[in-house]
Design a binder for this molecule. Structure first.
Ligand SMILES: [Zn+2]
Ligand SMILES: [Zn+2]
Ligand SMILES: [Zn+2]
Ligand SMILES: [Zn+2]
Ligand SMILES: [Zn+2]
Length: 752
């Protein structure tokens, strides 16, 4: 019964290649291309390519079409890659001259004159070989050819000066000395263990804000398909919307421009053939045919499977057996080290700490992942049962699909005795798959407490404005065994940032020697009150005793968050009071009372209206969006406290709209108000404030408010380099702005 239900659920998700979908997407892409919607055309051609058979003339047409979109978007290098792909997959000969001319044009734009000349002579001989020159297409091709030749000669006569390499970019190098016994950790940290806190990291010397503490590559990561971003409305069978699955490489999480589709499914897409091949080798040859099942069961099951595949069967088997040996023999001296509630013998150093190897080293390895706490006893029986069903469903499908050998990391299926597989009834898992299932179940349970989200700053809206509005989004779910050593605090002393699948943890404040290093698992004191945080932290099976929680729970003071995000009196705007369903005005002379439900409903309506205003902005109806937002502000002033986060968000949106209109002063005025509220909620040196200052810097830069722009850039730089490091994209952008401003002619500088 469960199986039938699962099969039905999986039918809603399709990861196979469908020829009709390919032609549908290609036609949509052509339509967008004609409308000069090159960005959309690019995405649609990628979707088309993912549905075409691999290495076919059909897929080569997709690549050739996509190269045209890339050319218009001036991504010349990537355009050349797509042309090479088209050529190697059997692009129809009669269409080739057009594509080769594009190649020459790309090379010309890139200043590779000799290559461009070579490419041109290839096209020329091709066109002449084809004989008849009377057809209109031939005529246009010839015209284009002679035009390109003229351009080439011009460029050869006056070559552009070579761009000066920018030296000051590498100016700031980071202090980094790796720890001897913990891979990816700074030498300023040490690994400790006690029964109360479990494993944790402590500063072994004084640490400066901004100093890198951990640099770790994920042991395993799986892209979350995520919500789809609106691309265009259509009522067709195939979705033209874009999701994270279309935007990022499924292996390295790099942003995709021209994706390479998986040879087997329409779901997996990669940044390059190299990534596609490596993913296939390491895990995707097993996962490919399970696509729909894995998407249906969710990302935790997928991470669990990929963890096992990356580890290899031998290692999985070794650790699963080792975990059994402890159960059978409680007197086994080695068993103690996997029982995490037992303190290792004093004086043993890190050797007795779970997850460490015999020499006391802690590495980002499968052994370390295996030792992350599964909290097997604390999960509810229902939850465990569901996890078990999911894991068994995956293993059964592996067995049925004949992927046994692939799971066991055997090169060919011949090594696996065929007689054995055919003897098995389909209801019984083979002993090897039972081991795999056991390990996977452990990983699914571990993920509840140890899953780390990889987030990126994603651009919102059409992305064609001068000011980039970015929001952090969850991109993937991963295991970081070293990062997992950090305990949670609602007021952490570190900040995490990601680049691809690598995480960097930096100190966000001075950390004196001996103090524990904390990381926030999600419930941060700026975002919610202590009660709500404790509720959320229950999934991690602990009660938070961090400084913020102790302060809030032990004193009777209401949390700062609930004070700031509170309602005010609709009649006199004084703060409203009361914990129950009825709220009363704090101004005794007023005596107004309103039900909490009433105010909550107004808040919801307001949020709906704001969403509509943002839709208007997306449809480029800026004037209407402004009107609507101003109305929302008026309305909000009647029942929300002036410090409410939503008040700040509205100011931020208004700034965004004015920026799209080029009204920089107006935009800056609104953004400054938003910054005031963000600072109040998150603190003046928080990463949130840093992002807002970054936006302000862009606006001031565009409005030529030079001196103010420079001081804002300076502040944003100071904050963001602490949280994201001096190499981050935002810091680089800030430095480019600074260089630009310093190169402005005096006349402009004096005007401001
Ligand atoms: Zn990649
Ligand atoms: Zn695939
Ligand atoms: Zn806390
Ligand atoms: Zn009142
Ligand atoms: Zn915060």
């Amino acid at each position: 019964e469960e199986e039938a239900a699962l099969v039905r659920l999986c039918q809603r998700v399709c990861t196979g290649k469908e020829p009709e979908a390919a032609s549908f997407y290609r036609e949509q892409g052509n339509r967008e291309f004609c409308r000069r919607g090159y960005q959309m055309a690019l995405r649609l051609y990628s979707k088309a390519a993912s549905h075409e058979p691999p290495s076919s003339p059909e897929v080569s047409v997709c690549f050739a079409n996509r190269s045209a979109a890339l050319f218009h978007l001036e991504h010349f290098e990537v355009c050349l890659e797509d042309i090479a792909r088209a050529e190697s997959h059997g692009y129809p000969d009669r269409l080739l001259p057009k594509v080769l001319l594009r190649k020459a044009e790309c090379l010309l734009c890139l200043g590779r004159l000799q290559d461009a000349a070579d490419a041109l002579s290839v096209v020329e001989s091709k066109i002449h070989m084809d004989g008849l020159m009377t057809s209109p297409t031939h005529q246009t091709l010839l015209k284009k050819l002679s035009h390109l030749k003229v351009k080439l000669h011009e460029k050869e006569r006056c070559p552009e000066p070579a761009q000066e390499a920018r030296g000051d970019m590498q100016g700031k190098s980071e202090i980094w000395e790796e720890n001897d016994s913990i891979s990816g950790a700074s030498s300023s940290l040490s690994l400790n263990f006690d029964t109360e806190r479990g494993r944790h990291l402590v500063a072994s010397q004084d640490i400066m804000p901004g100093q890198s503490l951990l640099k770790e590559e994920a042991f395993v990561s799986v892209l979350c398909p995520g919500e789809s971003l609106p691309l265009q409305d259509s009522e067709t069978a195939w979705d033209t919307r874009v999701t994270n699955a279309d935007l990022y490489c499924h292996r390295c999480l790099r942003q995709l421009l021209a994706s390479v589709p998986c040879r087997g499914c329409s779901y997996a897409k990669y940044c390059s053939q190299d990534c596609a091949d490596m993913a296939w080798e390491q895990y995707h040859r097993t996962e490919c045919s399970l696509g729909a099942l894995l998407l249906t069961l969710g990302v935790f099951c997928h991470v669990a499977l990929r963890t096992v595949l990356l580890a290899g069967f031998a290692e999985v088997n070794r650790l699963v057996e080792w975990s059994h040996s402890g159960d059978k023999d409680p007197h086994n001296p080695k068993a103690g080290c996997k029982c995490l509630s037992e303190t290792p013998e004093p004086g043993a150093g890190t050797r007795g700490i779970p997850g460490c190897d015999d020499s006391g080293q802690y590495h980002s390895s499968y052994q370390a992942v295996f030792h992350l706490l599964p909290h097997t006893e604390q999960h509810s029986p229902e939850h465990k049962f569901l996890c078990m069903l999911s894991v068994v469903a995956i293993c059964k499908q592996l067995q049925e699909a004949g992927l046994h050998a692939a799971v066991l990391n055997q090169e060919s299926s011949e090594q696996w005795p065929k007689t054995k597989t055919s003897e098995q009834t389909s209801d019984e898992l083979s002993p090897e798959l039972k081991t795999v299932a056991e390990a996977m179940l452990r990983h699914v349970l571990q993920l509840q407490c140890n899953a780390q989200a990889i987030t990126v700053m994603q651009e919102l809206g059409p992305g064609d404005g001068a000011v980039v509005n970015k929001k952090p989004v969850r991109l993937a779910t991963a295991f970081f065994p070293v990062l997992s050593l950090l305990n949670h605090s609602c007021c952490p002393n570190t900040s995490v940032s990601f680049s691809g699948t690598a995480a960097t943890v930096r100190a966000s404040q001075p950390i004196p020697r001996g103090q524990e290093i904390f990381h926030c698992y999600g419930p941060h004191q700026c975002r919610m009150g202590a009660a709500e945080r404790q509720q959320l932290l229950r999934q991690y099976f602990f009660e938070c005793r961090c400084r913020a929680c102790l302060d809030e729970l032990e004193s009777d003071v209401k949390s700062v968050v609930s004070m700031r995000n509170s309602f005010c009196c609709p009649s006199c705007q004084a703060p409203m009071q009361g914990e129950e369903d009825l709220l009363c005005c704090s101004n005794e002379a007023c005596a107004t009372s309103v039900s909490r439900e009433n105010l909550s409903r107004r808040l919801q309506d307001l949020q709906q209206q704001i969403k509509k205003a943002l839709d208007l902005l997306r449809d480029r109806k800026a004037d209407q969006a402004i009107k609507m937002l101003l109305k929302c502000q008026m309305d909000a002033g009647n029942f929300l406290s002036p410090e409410h986060l939503l008040m700040g968000e509205m100011e931020d949106h208004l700034a965004q709209v004015y920026a799209t209109l080029g009204k920089w002063q107006e935009a800056a005025r609104h953004l400054k108000k938003s910054i005031g509220i963000v600072e109040m909620h998150h603190g003046p040196s928080s990463v949130e404030t840093g992002h807002e200052l970054f936006k302000l810097a862009q606006i001031l830069f565009n409005g030529f408010a030079v001196s103010e722009a420079l001081s804002t850039i300076h502040r944003a730089e100071e904050i963001l380099s602490v949280h994201c490091g001096p190499q981050s994209a935002q810091i680089q952008e800030l430095q480019e702005m600074k260089t630009c401003l310093s190169e402005l002619p005096r006349s402009i500088l004096q005007r401001t």
